[in-house]
Design a protein around this ligand. Sequence first.
Ligand SMILES: [Zn+2]
Length: 235
Amino acid sequence: MSIEKILKYQEVDMKLFKLENELKTSEPAKKMIFYQNATKQSYETLTRLNEIAETAMENIKKNMSALAEIDKQIEEIATGDLPDCDEKQLDYFAKQLEKLEQQADDLEREMSRINKELSETNSKYKKEYEQAGKSSKSYRAYTEEFNNLKKEKSVEAGEIMRELKDLEKDINTLLLDKYKKVKANKKRPVFVPFIKPCSCGGCGMEIASDIIDKLSEGLKIQDCPNCGRIIYNKD
Ligand SMILES: [Zn+2]
């Protein structure tokens, strides 16, 4: 038994890896993810603006009832009978009125400020809503483009997979299982050459001398303790 066949298998499998990478890093894939995030962000902003608007509306409501209360008090004082009031009492009422009117003015100013804020929030909401629509539309368009590209590549991928299945028949099961296990950990290539005098051809890490010794025995393969790939010794 030699590792020649599994190395050939790896060569074909790397074509599949390349294909997957091409798809993953393609423009439609990148744009699809970009617009997906943009849409999500827009919706988050819309939710936040909605909350701001709701708080502003609540504050307006509170201020309006406070203002109504003050108006009621002003009216009571203004229309109340003032029998036998001496000058001191009249002065007191006048001061009370003045104080209430001041409070009413303050409340009106505050409401006008909130109204302005609310109208700004509304226009921001409108803009963001439009943006969300555009992003979502782009997301759908790029998703379609991505799916078309995927379909295109899947024809080629299917051919490679058939070739791999064919090659598998002649490969030692233990070696193949080992290969698939490392591949499942997203390490490719799985088999990497031993780099003299003492490094893993995958991660470049220095290997201990007992492992190097074992690289001369049997199939001349050893697991890299660092990256988990399988180091092979061609000599
Ligand atoms: Zn390594």
